[in-house]
Design a protein around this ligand. Structure first.
Ligand SMILES: Cc1cc2nc3c(=O)[nH]c(=O)nc-3n(C[C@H](O)[C@H](O)[C@H](O)COP(=O)(O)OP(=O)(O)OC[C@H]3O[C@@H](n4cnc5c(N)ncnc54)[C@H](O)[C@@H]3O)c2cc1C
Length: 520
C-alpha cells in the first residue's frame, strides 16, 4: 500500500471517476484500489478555482512506483493500547471530571478491565441538558450543572470543532477520532481537514461512551465535587467528595477543566504547585454567514459548507488580537457557572444552519495585565465577568459595533440575535480596561481588510469571552504527575491542553502511562 498526497480536484468535479483519474496520472498506472482517505481539505486561495485536496492510501503493485514527496510508502498507525505494566495498583483508578480528558481516559481503561471510579460535580448529560436549557430560557443557573460543568464537560454544548494544533501526535489524534466514530460520530471526521461534530451529535456520543464505561465495570458518581485532598510525605493518601465523603487512594487523576476555580483555590491552599498562565479575553462578534461564505469562497460558496475564518492582528499596544473558536452557522451562548458572573462562548448544531457566523475576537493578557501570583489571572477573569454581569443586568450584554466605537448603549432594537440565553443592551466599554477596548476596535477595523463588511456599524458584539484557556498551569512531570506523588493533572485544567481533541489526547496519554506501568 502506498500513500498519495496532494491530489487536487476542482470542487465541481468531486467524484470517484475524476479522483481515480488524477491518482492514475500521478502513479502512472490504472490498476490500483483506493483503500482509505487520510485527509481531505479545501484550498480556496484561488477563488476562481477552489479545490479539494486529497491525501489517500491506495493498494497497488509497488514494483514500478517512483517514490517522491507526494508518493510515499504507507504504514498503518497501530493505535492499540496494550497492557505491559507489571506493578499492582493498591486502589482503583480515581478520575475527577467527565470532560473529554476524564471521559477518554476512563473509556480506554475500563475497556481494558481496569477498576475506574469517576467523580463528576455535574449531572448526567440528559439531566444537564434540562438545566442548561432552563438557564438559557429562564436564567435559572445551576452552579454545578451548566455549559461548563456536567457529564461530557465544557465541550458538550459546543461547536464540537475537533481540529488541534499539536504536532507529532497523529496516532493519538487518530485514536480520538476513531473513538468518536465508534460511538456514533460521522466517519468523515477521520479525514476532513476541520472536523466538527456539533452539540446534537456530541450529546449522543457522550451518552454512548458513558454507557460503555458502565458496561465495562466503571463507576460514575454524579453530583460529586472534589472538595479536598490529603497527603503525607508528598504522597497522596485520601481525597474528599462533597465536603464529607473520604476515599483512601494513592492514585487520583484531576481532569477538572478550565472553569473549576473553587478547586484551583483548594489545590493552591494545599500547596499543589501552579503558576498563572497567559490567556485571552474579549467579545464575540456576529455576522451574516452568507457574508463570510462569499468572502471565503466567492461564486463557489453555494457548493461548499459554511465557511470559517482565522484572523490575527498585532495592536499598537503590542498585544496579539485574534479570532478564536469561530462557529459557522452557530449561536453565542451564556456559559456562566457562578451567580453574579457572566461569560459567553459559542456553539453550533451539526448542520451549522443558524444563518449567523460568530467568533470570539480576543486580546492576549498575561502577568503584566494582572500580576504574578498564581491565582491573579483568575481574579482578572472574575473582575471582567462581574462587570459583564452588571453591564447586562444579569443578562448577556450586547451592543452594535457603531455604538461600541461611540461609547454609547445601543437604542435600536436588535431582533432575532442567534444567542442562547437572555441579553440586554449595554456599553461593552464599561467591562474592559480602555487599552483592551482600543485593541479590539483597532483589530476589528483591520479585519475589514480581510473580510469586507467585518466592521459594519450594525454588526453586533456580545461580552465577555473570558474562558478561552486555563488561567493557571500546574507544575507536573513527564507523566503528568504533580508535585504530590499519585496526584496527576490532565486536560485543559492542567494548563497544558486546550480544546476537545487535545484534552482527550491527554486522557489517552494518561491511560497509556497506566497500561505501561500497572496491570489491570
Ligand atoms: C461553549 C464552549 C464551546 C467550546 N467549543 C469548542 C470546540 O468547538 N472545539 C474545541 O476543541 N473546544 C471547544 N471548547 C473547549 C473544550 O470544551 C475544552 O477545551 C475541553 O472540554 C476541555 O476538556 P477537559 O476534559 O480538560 O475539561 P472539561 O471539559 O472542562 O471537563 C472538566 C469536568 O470536570 C468537572 N469538574 C470540575 N471541577 C470538579 C470537581 N471539583 N469535582 C468533580 N468534578 C469536577 C466539570 O464538571 C467538567 O465536567 C469549548 C468550550 C465551551 C465552554
Amino acid at each position: 500500500m502506498i500513500r498519495v498526497r496532494q491530489i487536487k480536484i476542482p470542487i465541481l468535479n468531486d467524484n470517484e471517476k475524476y479522483l481515480k483519474n488524477e491518482i492514475s496520472k500521478k502513479v502512472k498506472t490504472n490498476s490500483f484500489e483506493v483503500v482509505k482517505i487520510l485527509h481531505k481539505s479545501i484550498d480556496a486561495r484561488n477563488k476562481e478555482n477552489i479545490l479539494y485536496v486529497y491525501d489517500l492510501v491506495i493498494d497497488v503493485n509497488e514494483k514500478n512506483i517512483k517514490y517522491n514527496d507526494n508518493i510515499l510508502k504507507y504504514e498503518d498507525i497501530n493505535n492499540k493500547f496494550a497492557i505491559t505494566g507489571k506493578n499492582k495498583l493498591n486502589s482503583s483508578i480515581n478520575i475527577i471530571g467527565l470532560g473529554p480528558a476524564g471521559l477518554f481516559c476512563g473509556y480506554v481503561l475500563t475497556k481494558l478491565g481496569y477498576k475506574v471510579n469517576i467523580f463528576e460535580r455535574g449531572k448526567c448529560v440528559e439531566e444537564r441538558k434540562i438545566d442548561v436549557e432552563n438557564f438559557w430560557n429562564n436564567n435559572k443557573l445551576n452552579i454545578n450543572s451548566n455549559v461548563v460543568f456536567g457529564e461530557g464537560g465544557a465541550g458538550t454544548f459546543s461547536d464540537g470543532k475537533l481540529n488541534t494544533n499539536i504536532k507529532g501526535n497523529d496516532d493519538y489524534i487518530n485514536k480520538v477520532l476513531s473513538i468518536f466514530v465508534e460511538n456514533g460520530a460521522n466517519k468523515e471526521i477521520i479525514y476532513m481537514n476541520k472536523p466538527h461534530l456539533g452539540t446534537d451529535a456530541l450529546f449522543e456520543i457522550v451518552k454512548n461512551m458513558r454507557n460503555k464505561i458502565k458496561e465495562n465495570g466503571g463507576n460514575i458518581y454524579y453530583n460529586s465535587v472534589l472538595t479536598n485532598i490529603y497527603f503525607e510525605n508528598n504522597k497522596l493518601t485520601k481525597f474528599e467528595i462533597n465536603n464529607k465523603d473520604i476515599y483512601n487512594a494513592d492514585f487520583l487523576i484531576l481532569a477538572i477543566g478550565h472553569s473549576a476555580k473553587d478547586t484551583f483555590k483548594m489545590l493552591y491552599d494545599n500547596n499543589i504547585k501552579m503558576t498563572s498562565k497567559p490567556f485571552a479575553v474579549g467579545v464575540r462578534i456576529m455576522h451574516d454567514q452568507k457574508l463570510i461564505n462569499e468572502n471565503q469562497y466567492g461564486k463557489f460558496s453555494k457548493y461548499l459548507p459554511n465557511a470559517e475564518y482565522k484572523l490575527t492582528y498585532s495592536s499598537k499596544n503590542k498585544k496579539g488580537v485574534y479570532s478564536f473558536c469561530m462557529c459557522p452557522g452557530g449561536y453565542v451562548v451564556n456559559s456562566s457557572s457562578e451567580e453574579g458572573y457572566l461569560n459567553i462562548n459559542g456553539m453550533s448544531y451539526s448542520l451549522r444552519n443558524s444563518g449567523v457566523a460568530n467568533s470570539a475576537i480576543i486580546v492576549s493578557v498575561n502577568e503584566k495585565d494582572y500580576g504574578m501570583k498564581p491565582l491573579d489571572g483568575i481574579k482578572f477573569q472574575e473582575d471582567l465577568e462581574r462587570k459583564a454581569y452588571n453591564a447586562g443586568k444579569g443578562f448577556i450584554p450586547v451592543q452594535t459595533y457603531k455604538d461600541f466605537k461611540n461609547n454609547q448603549i445601543t437604542k435600536t432594537s436588535l431582533n432575532e440575535l442567534k444567542i442562547k440565553g437572555k441579553y440586554n443592551y449595554a456599553n461593552l466599554n464599561d467591562i474592559f480596561p480602555k487599552y483592551i477596548c482600543d485593541d479590539l476596535k483597532e483589530a476589528i477595523d483591520y479585519f475589514n481588510n480581510k473580510i469586507k463588511g467585518f466592521n459594519h456599524e450594525d454588526v453586533v458584539l456580545a461580552a465577555v469571552e473570558s474562558r478561552t484557556s486555563c488561567p493557571v498551569k500546574f507544575l507536573r512531570d513527564e507523566n503528568m504527575q504533580s508535585n504530590i506523588s499519585g496526584l496527576f493533572v490532565i486536560g485543559e485544567g492542567s494548563g497544558y491542553a486546550g480544546g476537545i481533541t487535545t484534552s482527550a489526547i491527554e486522557g489517552l496519554k494518561m491511560a497509556k502511562y497506566i497500561t505501561d506501568n500497572y496491570k489491570n
